[in-house]
Design a protein around this ligand. Structure first.
Ligand SMILES: [Zn+2]
Length: 270
């Protein structure tokens, strides 16, 4: 079986997490344990286009500065990974809105209109400085990380606008603005796109597959060899979701898989 995991924030320990976004954090000791458990089950950590059968690919979404903590494990276990970034935050240093807006947690943001929000705030004015533990990376920090690991940069949109059918008119802007910035700042042209909050319509998916080699969801299913749509498993803070290996096992449980497959089919027609 091939798996692809989606992570967000990393921390050394859970002792001093910020007040919002705690569900996004996974500690290095917990991640190390998961790596060992998956290796014990015979999995190899590979890039997503590896042809092997028993493989795991690790991805990070958004572009948090704390993702640099992964360099240690990536080097020790020779783990390649993809870091999907939303270009606006890395280029401006603006904090991610889901960590600033009272009452909105990350998974409540799937209907959030980022264009209205940033329009109303005249760009970045009035948006609070991000907490140091959850601030976006700068492009030079991202470049440093890329130089020290087997890391590939992926595109995660510009403002991180979820592309449900309600917002599919923003697709071209999310894709083209971010790609132009990534080319200009890093001299890379990402071949992979990950969907903000995992949202997509049938039309959005079709258009993204015209622009990218692979498109990444968080629909939580095993990865098909050579498949161009990669359904990742999203891992959350074990204090909320239980042990990481258990989160994977429960996503793989037959009943869950059927439910998710139906949900994916429904998403296509939203
Ligand atoms: Zn994201």
């Amino acid at each position: 079986m091939k798996l692809c995991l989606c992570l967000h924030c990393l921390c050394e320990s859970y002792d001093s997490l910020p007040t919002s976004g705690q569900e996004l954090f996974i500690s290095l000791p917990d991640l190390r344990e998961l790596i060992k458990q998956l290796q014990d089950r015979g999995y190899q950590f590979t890039p997503i286009d590896d042809g092997g059968d028993q493989t795991v690919t690790i991805t990070f979404d958004d572009g948090y500065y704390n993702n640099r903590l992964f360099a240690e494990l990536a080097t020790e276990y020779s783990i390649p990974f993809i870091l999907f970034v939303s270009a606006f935050y890395l280029s401006s240093g603006t904090g991610f809105p889901w960590l600033d807006i009272t009452g909105q947690s990350y998974d409540q943001m799937h209907e959030f209109d980022y264009y209205a929000y940033f329009g109303a705030n005249a760009g970045t004015a009035g948006i609070p400085e991000p907490d140091a533990s959850v601030r976006p990376m700068t492009f030079s920090e991202l470049q440093t990380l890329a130089n020290s690991c087997q890391m590939e940069v992926g595109c995660h949109g510009y403002y991180h606008q979820p592309l449900s059918s309600r917002f599919e008119n923003r697709l071209a802007q999310e894709r083209d603005t971010s790609m132009a910035i990534l080319r200009g700042s890093l001299n890379v042209s990402p071949r992979y796109f990950s969907l903000a909050n995992g949202q997509y319509s049938k039309n959005v998916m079709r258009q993204l597959l015209n622009s990218y080699d692979k498109v990444f969801t968080i629909d939580g299913r095993p990865v098909r060899s050579n498949g161009r749509v990669v359904h990742r498993m999203s891992l959350v803070n074990p204090a909320l979701g239980g042990p990481l290996i258990g989160q994977i096992d429960s996503a793989l449980a037959p009943a869950r898989r059927i439910k998710r497959a139906l949900k994916t089919t429904r998403n296509l027609y939203l």
